[in-house]
Design a binder for this molecule. Structure first.
Ligand code: NAD
Length: 257
């Protein structure tokens, strides 16, 4: 049996880095991707720490040819991508009448379309070996809406639909596809949102954390990146072979309401 390989988009920061670390701990080869300047260094350090092979791709997910190139290079190095985690995402918060068109396009491009292009590119390899795991990082906002987040909520709801379709198409060839739906996780993306929301709601940053963000969660705590990573590793395991097409909240009870 070959050692399994996981490609995680947007894995040189935040949740993606947490997921990559958990897959490395579990012994997977890791393909890192992200726009951070220290991506190569992160990949090397994780490889050294957990004694696994790693590779870094700076592919910009807004370009289809870059996504395809990243996956071709990863397959040339590791043979096949066993696990694809579509994690990269961006956010922008503004009322609909002020929402910049280019922000809408970028959010749909990175949060929704990139996952389609990546899944399409890994599909043949997964199908040929009759095994594959596709895990999409959506959000509680794939299941619920909040004001001022038109593009993000639309993109994440779109990924919920894509997840179900890939689950159906993968059912006869050993490929499962599931979505993980976090509530608030304290990462650079959320740090940015705290500032934006403070402006949009005319509140202090502390008030945004307590009154806006965690207001919707029954458990008043941010989710930790390693908790999400452990769930992703479980979804990639043999034990999760019958779990497909699902959206699993890890949101402190937000969507229980
Ligand atoms: P983050 O900003 O810390 O990391 C995002 C990663 O995506 C970075 O590595 C960045 O370089 C990469 N990225 C962005 N644009 C890219 C592009 N064009 N090409 C390649 N890479 C690109 O964000 P995060 O909070 O870790 O979010 C990760 C995922 O989790 C996102 O899909 C986000 O929507 C989702 N999510 C986050 C939270 C949260 O509270 N942080 C909650 C729910 C869902």
């Amino acid at each position: 049996m070959h050692k399994k390989t996981a490609l995680i988009t947007g894995s040189t920061s935040g949740i993606g880095l947490g997921i990559a670390t958990e897959f490395a701990k579990a012994g997977y080869n890791i393909v890192f991707n992200g726009l951070e300047a220290n991506g190569e260094q992160i990949a090397q350090e994780i490889g050294k720490t957990y004694q696994v092979a790693t590779k870094f791709s700076p592919a910009n997910l807004l370009q289809v040819s870059s996504i395809q190139g990243m996956i071709m290079e990863a397959e040339a190095t590791f043979g096949v991508i066993d696990v694809l985690v579509n994690n990269a995402g961006i956010q922008y918060v503004a009322p609909i009448d002020e929402f910049p068109t280019e922000k809408w396009d970028a959010i749909i491009g990175i949060n929704l379309s990139a996952g389609f292009h990546a899944a399409k590119a890994v599909w043949k390899g997964m199908k040929n070996q009759n095994f594959g795991r596709i895990i999409n990082l959506t959000s509680a906002h794939a299941l619920r809406a909040s004001e001022f987040k038109s593009a993000y909520v639309a993109a994440k709801h779109g990924v919920t639909g894509l997840t179900k379709v890939l689950a159906l198409e993968g059912a006869t060839c050993g490929i499962t596809c599931n979505a993980i739906c976090p509530g608030y996780v304290r990462t650079p993306l959320v740090e940015g949102q705290i500032k934006d929301q403070a402006k949009a709601h005319n509140l202090s940053e502390e008030e945004v954390v307590n009154k806006v963000m965690l207001k919707k969660q029954a458990i008043k705590k941010f989710t930790e990146v390693h908790d999400i990573g452990k769930l992703a590793v479980f979804l990639a395991s043999e034990a999760a072979q019958m779990i497909t097409g699902t959206s699993i909240p890890i949101d402190g009870g937000w969507t229980a309401q």
